[in-house]
Each structure stands twice: as structure tokens, then as C-alpha cells.
Design a protein around this ligand. Sequence first.
Ligand code: AKG
Ligand code: FE2
Length: 291
Amino acid sequence: MTLHHFANDADPVEVSRFLAEHGYAIIDDLAPSELLDRFAEEVEPWEAQAAAGRDEYDGRFTSRTGSLVERCPASRELVMHPSVVGVVSHFLGHATTQQLHLTQLISVRPGETRQKPHRDQMAFDFYPFPDHYHVQCNTMWALTDFTAANGATHIHPGSSTVSDADAVVSPDYQAEMRRGSVLFYDGKVLHGAGANTSETVRQGINITYAVGWVRQEENQFLACAPEIARNLDDDLLKMMGYQQGAFALGYVGDQQDPLSKLRGEHHKAKLISEIDQKNDDIRQFVEELSE
Ligand SMILES: O=C(O)CCC(=O)C(=O)O
Ligand SMILES: [Fe+2]
């Protein structure tokens, strides 16, 4: 058996349903290669200075580069890719809001051994979320081809709702996919990075989403400096957490909306300068008339 792949015109609801049933889904060829080229160029200086993992779990031959929204403008298009947002908002649609949980380029280098299979939702202090309650939705975009030899992610299909003992002995398959394809996996499914026995680096862009009421794994309010955040699109900012999760979580001061707080002074200054410019134009127009 190999893992099931969807074409890039697949209905996000169908993909989400498949993900809910099997714990994973793959959409082939979703990111244009021009977008990935741009991302690769933007991330290169940051990746060059990223440290290797400190333990077997992080991977001693693996580096992780975060803060992608701040550092790599191209990543913003991946975060907000309509097909991905479509899957995420259906898959996590039981929550009032969804949010960005983390962004990370994972570079698995030659010589890396296989990562211990795990369930990502353990990050929530091992809270035993009920089987039917999905708290997160991971994506892994292939920045390079993902192959069995270079460390394509291992997935244990259907392991989301079985006991740990049954999950570890369940069969697993590697998510081999071309550059530009994207693997979705839920927070419960057993998975892990593969060993890299090839000569080249495997690069995957891990962008994870969560329901709006939990703490984010990567703190988006600090991972992207407010001076940069302030100029991003509303939809992206809301995804990063600049909106109230559920109906009351995350307000600022006198129950102010976080997005308007962020825009705040900057927005006012921009409006005033636009008005000043208009006044100048009118003055000049009247002066020209009276000459
Ligand atoms: O890089 C991969 O293929 C998976 C990494 C992973 O599962 C993790 O670090 O939690
Ligand atoms: Fe993981």
C-alpha cells in the first residue's frame, strides 16, 4: 500500500474528511515552483545559521528555522493558501476560530536517523483530548522532493484513534511527494521524520494550525515583530492570533480587539498623512485656478 494522494483541484472538504478518517492527506503539486524558489532564497540566510537539534527527537542532523512569517514574505502565501485554509477551517471547524500554531523549515541532513514516532498534540502538556476532538492540523510542504531515502515523513495511517500500544505496531508508510506537494496530518496520528540515507538535504516547511483557544507553540506575537506585523494583511494577522479566539479570549485593555490595537497609532498616523496630502492637493488646485 502507498499513501493516498489528491490532485491539486481537490475539494478541501473531501480532503478534510479523508484527513479525519485516516489521520493524513496529501495534495500533490499545490505550491507553484516560483513561490517555493522565492521562499528558498528568503530562508537561506536564516537556515544557514540555524543550530542542529539538541537531542535525538529534534535530530542531531536536523535544523529547524522558525519565525517564517517575519523572515520570509513568501511563507505568508503558504500560511494563507486558500486550499490549505479550506481544509483547516473544515477540519478544525468545531472551534469558533482557528489560528497559526507554528512555522518551521525542517531540514533533515544526510546521516540523520529516523525520528521516534510520536503524536504532535502531546505538546499540550499531554492533555488527553477526546478521540473526536481535533486540536491541531499540521501541514508539511515539500520544499525539496520527499523520498524514502532522504527522510520523507513516516505516517501510521489510522493510528489517530488507537491505543499507543496498537499504534506503534501499526504499519507505516513514507509520505513520498514531489516538491510543491503538501502533507496534512492531525495532532493524534503517529508519525515522524525518516532517516536520511541520501546525499542531499530534505527540506519541509512545517506550518501548523490549531483551534483558537489554545496557546500557540510558536508565539506569533513575538515571532513576528509588531513593526512588521502591523503592515500585514488582516486575514493573515487574524490567523496569527490577532483576533479574539472563541468570543472573549485574547482581548486587550478595555476589551479592545487585538487587531485594532496593533494597527492603533500607526493607522491614525497613516490616515492623518493621507488627509494632509489631500489638503495640499486642494490648496494647490485652488491656487492654480486663481492664477
Ligand atoms: O520532519 C518531519 O518529517 C516530521 C517532523 C516532526 O514530526 C516533528 O518534529 O514533530
Ligand atoms: Fe511531529
